[in-house]
Design a protein around this ligand. Structure first.
Ligand code: HEC
Length: 86
């Protein structure tokens, strides 16, 4: 997931929201639902859901740049951070 760090960090909102903020926002959903939403956002792009300082352009679709393994790694990370912050 090398490209993600251009715009995301674990705990500080930069261009995009921090991973902790993402986990916090979706933690009330079933993990499978959250996973589907987030994978969709990463593949197709996302705009207007987060108002971070520089996010006006939103996140571009990254389907071309992310492999299935990366997406699984990301959803694994999501479940880790979800349990970390509870
Ligand atoms: C060019 C900058 C940029 C890159 C590169 C980028 N993101 Fe984002 N990301 C954003 C922005 C901006 C948002 C907020 C979008 C919005 O407001 O809807 C976002 C939002 C998200 C969200 C929350 C989506 C939602 O539905 O709430 C996730 C998850 C995410 N990014 C994952 C990733 C992953 C994984 C990668 C790497 C494969 C990545 N991003 C690469 C800018 C980026």
């Amino acid at each position: 997931m090398n490209d993600c760090v251009e715009c995301h960090t674990v705990s500080v909102a930069t261009v995009g929201p921090s991973w902790i903020a993402v986990a916090e926002r979706y933690k009330s959903l079933l993990r499978i639902e959250a996973r589907n939403i987030l994978i969709e956002s990463v593949k197709k792009g996302s705009k207007g859901k987060w108002l971070t300082m520089k996010s006006a352009g939103g996140m571009p679709p990254l389907e071309e740049r992310v492999s299935g393994a990366d997406i699984d790694e990301f959803s694994g990370f999501y479940s880790v951070s979800e349990s970390d912050i509870q």
